[in-house]
Design a protein around this ligand. Structure first.
Ligand code: IPD
Length: 285
């Protein structure tokens, strides 16, 4: 029920603020952080301790819910239809270790794989993005998202600011698709969109599209914990999510490919999704 969602939302906000404080108290360094898949897939002790704090608290308060966390993820695990909390303790770990203030904790509740509560908190800029399905999305609890006219036209990609991330896969098909498409989107002779932004946090990219200062976010290769909370915030702000690969209007939260478009007249949103699909140089695997 909505009352329960509100209670869960309030608890996730409390945990996000605690996690944010742990980031502010930490003293990370690029040279001492650990790595996972490869040398650019970073993890720090702070990622691990925030995730532990969050999951321990959630397990205690909601013992019947499932838990999924970036740092404790077991490869191959699928999200069930049960209520599931999804935690990214630090989204933007590379920014975190280098001291770039575009970093957040991202917490979501998904039911039947649909994000119903989303909380994204950037402690370095004191920005808290939140949403409950059916109740709208907010910045710092009081400013309703988007931060602009929700019906502002989006006449095409050539007028858009597009967020794409470099990701941690730096070779192979997906790397080629990403980088070639990025170049085409930015080039004169190609789409020549206003610009491409690689800000280092997929969750904050989703929130930027929700707020409306980014028009589009396009990504193949990130994970449910990067986008689940932002997805709820974005859709509550009037944005839409499609698959980053052409043809799929109903992507899954664990599908790892996302194309998000800000609030705009629906025909503009649809046209921009199609335009990006047509611009792609290949398909993500
Ligand atoms: C990463 C960031 C990055 C995106 C990667 C993510 P992390 O998350 O969101 O922008 O390109 O795909 O894995 O590792 O900092 O939590």
């Amino acid at each position: 029920t909505l009352a329960e969602f509100q209670q869960i939302h309030d608890f996730l906000v409390e945990l996000a603020l605690r996690g944010g404080q742990m980031m502010l108290d930490a003293n990370p360094s690029a040279s001492t952080s650990g790595s996972k898949k490869n040398s650019v897939d970073l993890v720090t002790d702070t990622d691990k301790s925030i995730e532990k704090m969050v999951l321990t608290n959630l397990k205690y308060k909601y013992p019947n819910f499932d838990l999924l966390g970036e740092e404790s993820y077991i490869p191959g695990r699928k999200i069930s239809d049960n209520p599931t909390f999804i935690c990214d303790p630090i989204d933007g770990t590379i920014n975190f270790v280098h001291g770039v203030p575009n970093v957040c904790i991202s917490l979501a509740l998904v039911i039947n794989k649909i994000p119903v509560v989303g909380v994204v908190y950037n402690p370095f800029q004191s920005r808290l993005f939140t949403a409950i399905k059916g109740k709208g999305a907010f910045l710092n609890r009081t400013e309703r998202l988007p931060l602009r006219d929700p019906n502002e036209p989006l006449p095409g990609l050539n007028k858009a600011l597009v967020a794409i991330e470099w990701g941690s896969e730096r070779k192979g098909n997906n790397w080629d698709v990403r980088t070639k498409t990025m170049v085409k989107l930015a080039s004169q002779g190609g789409t020549m969109c206003h610009s491409v932004r690689c800000q280092g946090s997929a969750a904050l990219d989703m929130c930027g599209v929700a707020a409306g200062y980014l028009d589009v976010f396009w990504e193949g290769g990130c994970w449910a914990w990067d986008v689940a909370a932002g997805w709820c915030i974005l859709t509550e702000a009037g944005g839409i999510v499609a698959d980053a690969n052409p043809g799929n209007w109903k992507p899954s939260v664990e599908g790892r490919r996302y194309l998000a478009v800000r609030s705009a007249p629906p025909e503009d949103q649809i046209a921009v999704v199609k335009e990006l699909w047509e611009t792609m140089e290949g398909r993500f695997e």
